[in-house]
Design a protein around this ligand. Structure first.
Ligand SMILES: Cc1cc2nc3c(=O)[nH]c(=O)nc-3n(C[C@H](O)[C@H](O)[C@H](O)COP(=O)(O)OP(=O)(O)OC[C@H]3O[C@@H](n4cnc5c(N)ncnc54)[C@H](O)[C@@H]3O)c2cc1C
Length: 368
């Protein structure tokens, strides 16, 4: 990891901010609306005011994501918003790009809606339709798992504009403003909170210029952003894994049993040594991917998938082992470990499941 002086200063600034503003659960809760456990708009606006959301390169973004998740800063909507930012940068019109990027830099939240009840890992199964009508497009269908659609200013929606010979053809991306008639959002309860939504479209009318990119090219456009999305998921996993290690260490040093700190028992010491090694491996591969993406290296999807698999599985292991090493207190809501477990369990599922990532990795060796 060769972070520049500027990136190191950025890392220290976020780390310090997270510690000062979100160091305790009481502080974090004070930033949140009672109805919103995952994302604080005032806190996110503060990050925007610092200029932290405007970074351009992948390494700096990785630093931001690692530190925010390590610091448990409740601004989870940064994930989908950053993915949406990438879509606007890659293929939106100049008008759309300027408008959306200005809003994102100010701290507005954006959502991306690909998944449907029948289209999860298989994006080509999307059945929500966009048909020409009125002066624009009429949308019908059901989307699901849309993170932060309930607070997003805009949602990028992937819908079917035609049926072609191959199912992944005929998909198009649209921008949907919040509050559009014919769109109903229902929050889904999960073990990680209520950040995701079912979204129902019933004859929702979009303007003709709501198309983002090219008609019929939605699948290719979404796929072109997947390396970036996997890298972000890896950085989330890394941040959570590091935090689990931090909290485990501090606990095993102060908790005494049989007259000694429990961290002095070899059974725990060796597990912590293994976890620290795993976290470091996850960090190295994640930053390696970020640096190679910044260098413009093409054809690194297998490596990006490896980073996502490694960091997300280290996060799962570090949080579950952290809980075990903290005994009953790891299971209690008084400590952060149980919420770290709940968060870490989803990282191998979203941004493309780890099974799909393993498919991508194995395909790079010619295995099909
Ligand atoms: C918290 C959360 C937030 C999310 N946010 C968003 C969002 O903002 N926008 C959005 O569009 N979606 C979002 N998703 C959806 C997410 O991308 C999907 O859950 C994911 O792609 C998997 O789809 P699925 O849940 O339908 O599982 P399925 O695709 O049904 O998979 C079920 C199981 O089968 C395995 N499987 C499926 N196909 C294969 C295969 N070919 N080979 C081997 N194994 C396979 C999977 O790996 C998995 O273990 C979110 C999900 C969660 C849980």
């Amino acid at each position: 990891m060769n972070l520049s002086d500027e990136q190191l200063a950025f890392r220290d600034a976020i780390r310090d901010f997270a510690w000062r503003e979100c160091g305790s659960r009481e502080q974090r809760e004070a930033w949140l609306d009672p109805d919103e456990e995952e994302h604080s708009t005032p806190l996110y606006t503060k990050l925007a005011e610092f200029g932290w959301l405007a970074s351009e390169d992948h390494v700096t973004h990785t630093v931001l994501f690692e530190e925010i998740h390590r610091g448990l800063v409740p601004v989870k909507a940064i994930g989908p918003t950053t993915t949406v930012k990438g879509c606007y940068e890659r293929f939106a019109s100049e008008r759309q790009r300027e408008q959306a990027l200005a809003e994102i830099a100010k701290g507005k939240v954006m959502a991306i809606s690909i998944s449907e009840p029948g289209a999860g890992s298989d994006v080509s199964a999307i059945s929500t339709t966009a048909k020409r009508g009125g002066d624009g497009w009429i949308i019908n269908g059901q989307k699901t798992w849309c993170s932060f659609a309930h607070i997003a200013d805009r949602t990028l929606l992937v819908a079917r504009t035609s049926r072609e010979e191959k199912p992944h053809q005929g998909l198009t991306i649209f921008e949907v403003p919040s509050g559009l008639d014919g769109v109903e959002t229902r929050r889904i309860s999960t073990m990680g909170g209520r950040e995701v939504n079912d979204v129902f479209y019933t004859d929702a009318l979009l303007e003709a210029d709501a198309v983002v990119g090219e008609i019929g090219q939605g699948f290719r456009q979404i796929m072109s952003g997947l390396d970036g999305e996997r890298l972000l998921a890896a950085a989330v996993g890394l941040g959570l894994a590091q935090r689990a290690l931090d909290d485990t260490l501090s606990y095993v040093k102060q908790r005494k049993q049989f007259g000694k700190p429990i961290g002095s028992f070899q059974a725990l010491r060796h597990r912590i040594a293994d976890l620290a090694t795993e976290v470091e491996c996850a960090r190295l591969i994640t930053y390696e991917v970020a640096a190679r993406m910044d260098a413009g290296e093409a054809g690194i999807s297998a490596l990006t998938s490896m980073a996502k698999v490694k960091a997300s599985e280290v996060a799962k292991r570090a949080t579950l082992e952290g809980m075990q090493m903290m005994g009953g207190y790891g299971y209690a809501t008084e400590y952060d470990m149980e919420s770290l477990v709940r968060f870490a369990l989803v990282v191998p599922i979203y941004a493309g499941t780890n099974e799909i990532q393993r498919d991508i990795i194995s395909r790079s060796f010619g295995l099909r």
